[in-house]
Design a protein around this ligand. Structure first.
Ligand code: MG
Length: 274
């Protein structure tokens, strides 16, 4: 079977030190943790930034420091989140893209989160897609529900994103698509042939959904953004979560991709961005 690309989402917007001592928050902590995850087999780092108080921020300078610190340590693919928890303003959410990361997340629709609405209007989605295209950044289409695939195909039709597409199925957020095998089969069957896909399960769904993703030939995402626990009542580190999914991949006959192998699979032209 083909190699598996392991993404790590080390920080996200939600976890605080009160939730877990293991979440990296400062640029220094994030870069050090990403380095450990790279050593454990992660090929992509999905990056959110926090301000000095630990709150989500879209500050380009913070993203720049994280990106520089990571890239000085290892060759992992840096993916910047354009998620909206730091700011709902289009210019804020697009600002870190000018750092020209190799990849960035692009959520192609709005969705309820447990205590908020994650708003991605058609005009915002198109603007972010256009910006990514003009900067040569490959979008990871972040799919929280089935209709977001339909919206992504519409962007493809308008040539705002280019094939082959890469999808991240985020499953098990309260308010969005449930993390069930049947739903994952449906999502996988709904994307165009030639696309690549990865799956992320929220909370206790992380282990079963990534295990199923490995079996189905997909790629996988783990990390504290999605799940704080290694097992019931036991807090995880990002490194432990990467190590576990890398171990599982090995047992299931899926070699773990290096970042350069991942670049080849995803069609990233690294030299254009450096
Ligand atoms: Mg994210």
């Amino acid at each position: 079977m083909d190699g598996v690309i392991i993404s790590v989402a080390p920080t996200g917007s939600v976890p605080t030190r009160e939730h877990t001592p293991h979440v990296p928050l400062t640029p220094q902590e994030i870069a050090a943790d990403v380095y450990r995850c790279w050593q454990a087999g992660a090929a992509i780092a999905h990056i959110h930034a926090r301000d000095a108080q630990g709150r989500p921020t879209a500050d380009k300078a913070v993203f720049a420091e994280i990106k520089e610190r990571i890239e000085s340590k290892c060759d992992i693919i840096v993916m910047i989140s354009t998620g909206g928890r730091a700011s709902s303003l289009q210019e804020d959410r697009a600002a870190p893209l000018t750092l020209r990361p190799e990849m960035a997340s692009l959520t192609t629709g709005s969705v309820n989160f447990p205590t908020s609405v994650y708003v991605n209007s058609p005009s915002l989605i198109e603007a972010l897609a256009k910006e990514m295209k003009s900067l040569g950044i490959k979008p990871e289409l972040e799919i929280f529900d089935t209709a977001m695939i339909t919206n992504a195909l519409d962007l493809l039709k308008k040539q705002l994103i280019l094939a082959p597409l890469h999808f991240q199925f985020v499953m098990g957020v309260q308010g969005a698509i449930a993390a069930t095998p049947k739903n994952l089969f449906h999502l996988v069957e709904s994307i165009p042939p030639g696309s690549t896909w990865s799956v992320a399960g929220i909370g206790r769904a992380q282990l079963p959904m990534t295990a199923l993703g490995l079996l189905l030939g997909g790629h996988v995402r783990v990390g504290l953004e999605d799940n704080l626990q290694y097992s019931k009542g036991v807090l995880a580190t990002n490194q432990q979560l990467v190590e576990r999914v890398a171990r599982l991949a090995g047992e299931l006959g899926r070699p773990v991709c290096s970042p350069d192998e991942a670049r080849a699979i995803l069609g990233l032209a690294r030299t254009e961005n450096t």
